[in-house]
Design a protein around this ligand. Sequence first.
Ligand code: OAD
Length: 246
Amino acid sequence: MKTEDVKQAAEILRKSKRIAVLTGAGISSESGVPTFRGRDGLWRQFRAEDLATPEAFSRDPKLVWEWYDWRRGLIGNVEPNPGHRILAKWETLFPEFVLITQNIDGLHAKAGSKNILELHGNIWKLRCTKEETIMENHVSPLGDIPPRCPSCGETLRPHVVWFGESLDPDILHRAFAFSSLCEVMLVIGTSASVQPAASLPSYASDAGAKIIEVNPDPTPLTSLANISLQGKAGEILPLIDQFMSL
Ligand code: OAD
């Protein structure tokens, strides 16, 4: 990563009023949450794609819940890192700032971000499979697995989007709408391999936004990015912030 590129990113941001950010699992990795496609991405012998599906849940709700219970235990014990915190700070600096995240860990909110669109749901929310009611639940470990709805006794599921399921249409609409309006989109810590989230940067770029990517590894979006900053979010975002205030 070149310092000149970081300075240029800071300069672009400083001149802009409408900022969109798209984050993925990479922004939480420095907090100790494993990414999905990284080296630590497997749980037992399973990949996320094997467990995060409605079919896996109807086949073996206990197994899927054990995975989520493990992730909840892990996430519940970690803190936001400087990457999360800088984004929370920037929300207070820019007139319009929307944080679109694929993460379900709630760490952006814990860092203080407010204007968040959680595309894939939230691991601290449960949903009744019968009544569709959504409830917050921070109990970890859960105890009874699978957990049951306190009102009807049916199985609860995590209020997250699984492979093969549709995203909340309102959240998705707002994410695309702001992507078409923003002047800059920061794309941080995502392998850009899951749709429709992976399309947001090209949508923003087609509408005229500058794309700044922060990721230690190249992704399918790297060639689209105006600036590609190769490195860790927890190191690069504070650097950009420093140059912005100079
Ligand atoms: P992935 O695990 O696919 O990708 C994580 C990305 O973060 C990779 O490109 C890494 O290079 C990058 N990365 C790792 N450490 C980083 C750091 N310190 N700073 C910045 N970047 C870093 O995770 P996602 O792209 O979020 O969906 O995956 C997308 C979706 O697939 C998830 O939301 C989830 C998953 O299966 C569902 O569960 C529906």
